[in-house]
Design a protein around this ligand. Structure first.
Ligand code: PAP
Length: 338
């Protein structure tokens, strides 16, 4: 009986992949396209921009086949908003009873190895086989998450956003390291214009943020909305709140023993960048792209964009933000340099 079930599953899997490949090829020919920073072309799918690599197929797979479990936890974000940091914090908070700080997995594994991106992981892993609570990350917009995740009253979503100027600069500098040399140069000015028009991986940025913001207002017990700048200012307060939201509050004894401070220290920019794994290790979210872990750590500061953008650029982006956020009740975290 068991082998028959197993072979049935693999036939189904093969069919699923064939169907997705066909769907992907048919779809991509019909989608609007524009310039990418890391890849030559981005495609706009259901309102958001994707690179035509397998993560895009993963989104289709995820939308069609992922079944949320009530204990699932999602870390969601657009680009360069603090995902790597929050992956480390969420992993160490959720698993704090399993590991000692002196021998913690984060000392030898990058944050991206600890929580997978569902849209990439689902391509060649059996997500059903993971133990609960399953921890996943995704850069996908709220409206593109699997329906079962959005409809589940129990699974949790933690979203982190960051002020758009720092996001743009962080992404541009990251992209320039990864942009293949055979592609023509992409100037800061041109990339900025694309960003302002909403064209960037997983963007438009403001729509991404507002999608999660509105959902967090509608489902406050399900979606926790965090701001990078506020977490930088008061990490202990936010890690404590995060643990409560995830249903794993710190006990009085843990607080007395300084467990929250230990987590904050372990996940700090200074600590993570001092580790060999984050200096020389690599991560492959999708088979066709290996990225050095060091690329996910640059300065980790608030307001560094003022060192890269002209006053005119800042004014343009501030104005777009003002227009996009009007009437939403949402404000980005304070982006002044400190
Ligand atoms: P991703 O979208 O590629 O996953 P993400 O981790 O969201 O990137 O964002 C990277 C930014 O977070 C970088 O910002 P910067 O370019 O302005 O410096 C990176 O330095 C910052 N970052 C990474 N780890 C930490 C950390 N532990 N604490 C604070 N900031 C961090």
């Amino acid at each position: 009986m068991a082998p028959a079930v197993a072979s049935e599953q693999s036939i189904t899997e093969q069919n699923v992949h064939e169907k997705i490949n066909k769907q992907f090829e048919e779809l991509i020919a019909t989608l609007p396209s524009d310039k990418g920073a890391i890849v030559p072309t981005l495609f706009q799918y259901q309102g958001f921009w994707y690179p035509p690599i397998s993560v895009f197929k993963g989104v289709l797979l995820m939308q069609d086949h992922f079944k949320a479990q009530p204990t699932d936890i999602f870390l969601t974000s657009s680009l360069k908003s603090g995902t790597t940091w929050l992956k480390a914090i969420m992993f160490s908070t959720m698993n704090r009873s399993k590991f000692e700080f002196a021998t913690h997995p984060l000392l030898t594994a990058g944050p991206h190895d600890c929580i997978p991106y569902l849209d990439a992981y689902i391509i060649d892993h059996d997500v059903e086989a993971l133990h609960s609570p399953r921890l996943f990350a995704s850069h996908s917009a709220y409206s593109l998450l699997p329906k079962s995740v959005r409809d589940s009253p129990d699974c949790k979503i933690v979203y982190i956003c960051r002020n758009p100027k720092d996001v743009f600069v962080s992404h541009y500098l990251f992209a320039m390291k990864l942009r293949p040399p055979m592609l023509p140069p992409l100037s800061l000015e041109e990339a900025f214009d694309l960003f302002c028009r909403g064209v960037c991986e997983y963007g438009p940025y403001f729509e991404h943020v507002l999608g999660y913001w509105n959902a967090s207002l509608e489902f406050p017990g399900k979606i926790l909305f965090l701001k990078y700048e506020e977490m930088r200012k008061e990490p202990v307060k936010h890690v404590k709140h995060l643990a409560e939201f995830l249903g794993k509050p710190f006990s009085a004894e843990e607080e007395k023993e300084g467990v929250i401070e230990e987590i904050v220290k372990l996940c700090s920019f200074e600590k993570l960048t001092s580790l060999e794994v984050n200096k020389t290790g690599k991560v492959a979210f999708v088979p066709e792209m290996q990225i050095g872990n060091e690329n996910f750590f640059r300065k980790g500061q608030v307001g560094d964009s003022t060192n890269h953008l002209t006053p005119e650029m800042i004014e343009r982006l501030d104005k777009i933000a003002e227009e996009k956020l009007k009437g939403t009740g949402f404000k980005f975290g304070e982006s002044k340099k400190y």
